[in-house]
Design a protein around this ligand. Structure first.
Ligand code: DX5
Ligand code: ZN
Length: 218
């Protein structure tokens, strides 16, 4: 394979030093940065908005991967696209007209992603697969970094990988929650193309070594 993408999550960075965090991600060999947007309603936490994304984008050539954990994502996607997000992923649990929203994101030339929380059956995503570029499988209950992966959620990656092949589709499979050097191999084996890494990346004494180790095995 060896096409695995590492996406460190800014959520686990020191918010007093986000610029430094961006530089750390760039120097680590990771090519994406994952931006967790929380609204205090879809999840019981708050993070940051489009201004943070716009200010960081001016300083970085990383791929900006926005993950909206918000109700009514259709009210927010335009501002994150304007801010420079390269992909915008929203939750199917939060959006009735997912097809319309994915088409809107794609019409701007950015990648459209859909996500499901651990309690949502994977089949809920099947209808949307031809219309998206990313399917993000949450392997923890969203809202906080530093949680342990719920191992059963990896079965969803397998199911999506098989469905992708069966239908000749080409979206990326992204996994988010509890990914570290120990859990990454199972996630990759299950079909993950993109690994979000929050606490394991920012708490690592050697982030570049962590990334290199996973890319070598991936
Ligand atoms: C959780 C977020 C994740 C989070 C992952 O709600 O969607 O992206 O940053 O953090 P870790 O890797 O620590 O589980
Ligand atoms: Zn996320």
């Amino acid at each position: 394979m060896n096409n695995v993408i590492i996406a460190p999550s800014l959520l686990s960075a020191d918010f007093a030093r986000v610029g430094d965090a961006l530089l750390l991600v760039e120097s680590s060999g990771a090519s994406w940065i994952h931006l967790d947007v929380m609204d205090g309603r879809f999840v019981p936490n708050l993070t940051f908005g489009p201004k943070m994304v716009a200010d960081l984008k001016k300083r970085s050539g990383l791929f900006f991967d926005a993950h909206l954990m918000t109700v009514e994502p259709e009210t927010l996607v335009d501002s994150f696209i304007q801010a420079g997000a390269d992909s915008v992923t929203f939750h199917l649990e939060a959006c009735i007209h997912a097809h319309r929203l994915a088409e809107r994101i794609r019409s701007t030339g950015r990648k459209a992603g859909i996500s499901i929380v651990p309690s949502t059956p994977v089949a809920l995503a099947f209808e949307m697969l031809p219309y998206v570029d990313i399917v993000l499988v949450m392997t923890v209950n969203p809202g906080f970094g530093g949680q342990k992966m719920i191992p059963g959620c990896l079965d969803k990656l397998n199911a999506l990988r098989i469905e992708r092949q069966r239908r000749g589709l080409d979206f990326l499979l992204e996994v988010d929650g509890g990914i570290n050097a120990d859990t990454a191999p199972a996630a990759i084996a299950a079909g993950a193309d993109v690994l979000v890494m929050g606490s394991s990346f920012f708490e690592s004494a050697d982030p570049a070594g962590l990334v290199a180790g996973i890319l070598k095995r991936g």
